[in-house]
Design a protein around this ligand. Structure first.
Ligand code: ARG
Length: 448
């Protein structure tokens, strides 16, 4: 294995160590960013007179040529190399001879890998955000096709009535914050570490602003020790993944429950469920269970990155090479889950007839009955007590509140009049107060 650093050594690196140390198998994934950052670097070296204009142009052209060739044929990214940086430099020496050996002036792999990863993370977060936007749109479109109302829960006990679309909208609100969090993270990481050298800058008068500008960064990271040794931009990104995965996992949990025989609110499409090898009747919500399971892994990856960083002395330490395995796995897992959840929701069957029956039971309108009594002049606390007694009575009679006779109701309060039945009607309930907001979340007017 050709390395970038043999001179000081008398013996070769053990093969075992070479295998242990190499990162090419993973960091070849940042080939595009590595070459792009190198183009900016050699352009700047030419403009600053550190390379001749001719040398700079040769390197720029050959780097761009290499980039185009790899884009055409990614299998080129193979061979015995320590890392992607060694691969690119050796290709440039093959193509440009001694000029190729000049391109690493005023640079270290430490600032190089930091800038490569920043470029990669920024771009991958933009791509992920676009996927989340698609998922949000799918949630909204599904919500607009479903008119059904359903019970909403606290403590997984029946609480109050909401439109089914409002539950989807709750997740949309969460995912919108996830996209905002990602934008914030991109914004915060938008400073270039390139030019920090190994850790303490360089004796050359390089133009860090120029490379930053060429690579699309807002500015440069001012402290070079910080620039080569911080990975909080990766932590920020992993935090975004962990947060998004947590929200998707909660959705998964809700809809695993809703798809059970006991709830029967929804059915997953055949395309996103699986069967049992033994029990012929089974249709299992594996897609959602895997999202819930993978959320655990992504949260663990965030933790792995924190633990990697927390004891490192300034500045660069090889421990940080592990950031790639962690980041790529977090990104790939999160991206796959967004893609799967988008399809699961797009193809979800909602049992609207069943939902219409479910809201008839479970005293979901008890709070609104208390509100009714308050409108008739009672204090809320007193009304709460009265309705509690009415619920107890109804449970004993085996009926729902709206099934109580008017005379039976009157025994609990003489403030009750015939219009009480309106206050128990789900459709009327949702026309009132802040509840009207829920209905705005669907295209169709639910009730005329
Ligand atoms: N493969 C290394 C990494 O990912 C690149 C930087 C290596 N720097 C060094 N001084 N060995 O962190």
């Amino acid at each position: 294995m050709g390395t970038l650093w043999g001179g000081r050594f008398q013996a070769t690196t053990s093969e075992l160590m070479q295998e242990f140390n190499e990162s090419f198998s993973l960091d070849k994934r940042i080939w595009y960013e590595d070459i792009t950052a190198s183009i900016a670097h050699v352009t700047m070296l030419g403009d600053c007179g550190i390379l001749s204009k001719k040398e700079s142009r040769l390197l720029q052209n050959e780097l761009a040529g290499l980039r185009a060739e790899i884009a055409e044929n990614p299998d080129m990214l193979s061979g015995e190399y320590e890392d992607i940086h060694s691969f690119v430099e050796s290709k440039m020496i093959e193509r440009c001879g001694d000029v190729g050996k000049k391109m690493h002036a005023a640079r270290s792999r430490n600032d190089q890998v930091a800038v490569d990863m920043k470029l990669y993370v920024k771009e991958s977060l933009h791509v992920l955000n676009a996927r989340i936007e698609e998922m949000i749109q799918t949630f909204q479109e599904k919500g607009q096709t479903i008119e059904a109302l359903m019970p909403a829960y606290t403590h997984l006990q029946r609480a109050q009535i909401v439109p089914f679309s409002y539950v989807l909208d709750a997740y949309v609100a969460m995912f919108e914050r996830d996209t905002q969090r990602i934008k914030d993270a991109i914004d915060r990481m938008d400073e270039s570490p390139l030019g920090a050298g190994a850790l303490a800058g360089t004796t050359y008068a390089i133009d860090r602003e120029q490379t930053a500008r060429m690579l699309g960064f807002k500015g440069v990271q001012r402290n070079t020790l910080d620039a080569v040794s911080s990975r909080d931009f990766i932590l920020d990104a992993l935090h975004c993944f962990a947060g998004l995965m947590t929200n998707m996992s909660r959705f998964a949990e809700d809809f695993i429950i809703y798809s059970s025989y006991e709830f029967n609110f929804v059915e997953l499409s055949d395309g996103f469920a699986t069967g049992s090898s033994m029990m012929p009747q089974k249709k299992n919500p594996d897609s959602l269970e895997l999202i819930r399971g993978k959320a655990a892994k992504v949260i663990g990856l965030l933790n792995a990155m924190y633990v990697t960083m927390k004891g490192l002395p300034l500045s660069y330490n090889k421990d940080m090479q592990e950031d790639k395995a962690i980041y790529f796995e977090g990104l790939d897992t999160t991206t796959a889950c967004v893609q799967i959840l988008t399809r699961v929701v797009g193809e979800l069957k909602v049992n609207e007839e069943h939902l219409a029956q479910t809201i008839q039971k479970g005293y979901l309108n008890a709070t609104e009955l208390a509100d009714y009594l308050v409108r008739k002049g009672m204090s809320f606390r007193e009304a709460h007590g009265v309705v509690g007694e009415m619920v107890l009575y109804a449970i004993e009679e085996g009926v729902q509140l709206h099934e109580l006779e008017f005379e039976e109701m009157r025994k609990f309060s003489d403030g009750i009049s015939e219009d009480v039945y309106d206050s128990l009607n789900p459709e009327m309930i949702l026309q009132q107060g802040t509840k009207k907001e829920m209905l705005l979340k669907t295209n169709k007017p639910l009730f005329q």
